[in-house]
Design a protein. Sequence first.
Lengths: 332, 325
Amino acid sequence: MTDIHATGRSLPNRLDNPLKSAVLSWESLLVLVAVGIFLLNSFASPYFLNAYSLSDLTFNFTEKGLIALAMALLIISGEIDLSVAAIIALASTMMGLALQYGADTPTLVAVGVGVGILCGAFNGFLVTGLKLPSIVVTIGTMSLFRGIAFIVLGDQSFKGYPPSFSWFGQGYVWWVISLELMLFLVSAVIYWVLLHRTNFGRRVFAIGNNDVAAQFSGVRVDRIKFILFCLTGLMSGIAAVLLTARLGSTRPSIAEGFELEAITMVVLGGVSILGGAGSIVGVVLAALIIGLVTFGLGLLNVPGIVMTIFTGSLLIVVIALPILFRMWRLRA
Amino acid sequence: MNRLLKNREIFLFLAILLVLVLVTLRFPRFAQPNNLLTIFNDSSILMMLALGQMAVILTRSIDLSMASNLALTGMIVAMTNAAFPGIPIPLLIVMCVFIGGVLGAFNGILVWKLEIPPIVVTLGTLTIFRGLVFVISGGAWVNAAQMSPDFVSLQRTIFLGLPLLSWFAIATALLFYLLMTRTPLGRALYAIGVNPTASVYTGIDVGRTKFYAFVIAGAVAGLCGYLWISRYVIASVEVAGGYELNIIAACVIGGVSIAGGIGSVAGVLMGAIFLGVINNALPVINISPFWQMAISGTAILLAVVLNARGERRKGRIILKKAEAV
């Protein structure tokens, strides 16, 4: 049970957590940032402000956002999963493999989601069963899962998914509301209830604040952490189905870098990387902000790799600002 | 056997030997001294990077930005060489170490002064540094034709039977050995990892020491930036993409505990050589290089299981309880 604490806890005294005191107003700040970027985008590009553009925009964050929802709970509990993108790669590869054996659409979806849950359970077992630090375990499984995808596919790719399967990534539920967006919104509500309105959610916070105390209060720490890893795997499996259906092909390098973006969303959303604090509303807003930024920059023809500078800086600046603010206030 | 398992270095040495023997049984030429030296030379860059990473991990931190730092520094030095071929190579190498150190110091400042968790900082700089490679190069490559002959040939120069690249690794290893075992800074790195609270009371500035660790890791990454570019004779945005995982893998396999405070120079060197041997053996025994990733993943998991077993016997539980109270 060292993991995040081991790398994250920089000083022995962690009573005053700057993120925790800022989190009260964090969501309102995020709303302001989102509105600001939205307005900037509207002025910057004439193509931005119409229903179909905005609908396209949502594809930028729905898949990563789905993972971020589960990742938020995992990080609040004091663990982390760096293998989510690799889980997508493996799940997608297995779906492609199933397709070669003539699987129909429901089977494909079941394979994708099932592989996701299994991978999550594997991570969960290594962390809770063998008491290993989650950061190294998931760095290991990250290589392992994507490695298996490379073994199966090499430099090849799987193509030829049936149209009924493509609907999962390209279909619309109503007008410009895509299935992906719908799934994201429904999942957000479910995770909000789970984290903020159930005993389970309270226990997740308790574990993140002090897992030893939680254990002595009768919380089954290991079981809850295991469930959280499975949930993260499940969401990665769902994301794998959506992404594969949207792209219509599987390469072993699929979804590279998703783990960083999902974690950026979580941290940007006000979740403390040290565990014990955070909210789903913040994560949803952060997902929206990242979607807006990348889409807006895309409309301005900024290359993808330059966008990563923005997301990377956003991550550091957004975390540094409240800390700087607190230091400035203490000095004044 | 149990004592043997406890001693990570001996265990790893035997594991490397086992792989060598197994491959040599089928392909006798594999274990020829020449090929072994090639493997050592191939592993040199990974060894150096892993040593830098070890300094950071010892302090309960992690540096995910080393590979991006390498790519950025490498691109800067390659472009400098292409534009001003007259600048002597040793000066370029000093420049690399300096730029890498500055990039590392950026990580270090954020960790030290703002107390942002290292994983968040370096996750951010991982993308920022690599993005900057694109910005300064405009996405273009610097290829062999643009580099000066000295730039490319320096590390291939044979000195006392070994290429200079190997000597770089040996010198770095010696420096790290001295740093870790003979200097106050080295001891402070270990002390912080074992018990940060006690370190504060013994007068160690925890934040500052972490800062130094990041500068060291950055400087090593910068040096490797030159070595990598001149070895593969191409500088592009994709250089060493994802290599940060191999670096951490070498550390973990070498017995460095991600919880901090445990790790040795010899272990890390062996961890890097182990990965080097595996990578060299795969094509020889006719296994597709696509297996490489899954194998290093498995090696990481096995190593971390072994690490955890070793650590549990050391009675650190008592300290942990005292800290929790």
